[in-house]
Design a protein. Sequence first.
Length: 91
Amino acid sequence: MARPDQRGPAAPLARPDVDIRVLPSPSGAHGGGNGEFKILRFPEGSNEPPLFYGEGYLGGQYSAAPEVVADSEERYAAIESSSVPIKEHLR
């Protein structure tokens, strides 16, 4: 039986709506190396543009500038294409 501290981190693996991915060490530097970032999207019909939110060592930053959002989407796509599902990584 697993110890209690080992069950917690594995719990999301059983959820079908959670996709945990891992960047293998050999993949090197990636576009997320400057800190955590998110692309916030609003429901259709809200007329709100997508927003970029990023955190770095100096704090957080929001931007609705289309070029910033597009750059973030490209960085996310590059990170995702270099990553593997955690279940594949753990094999």
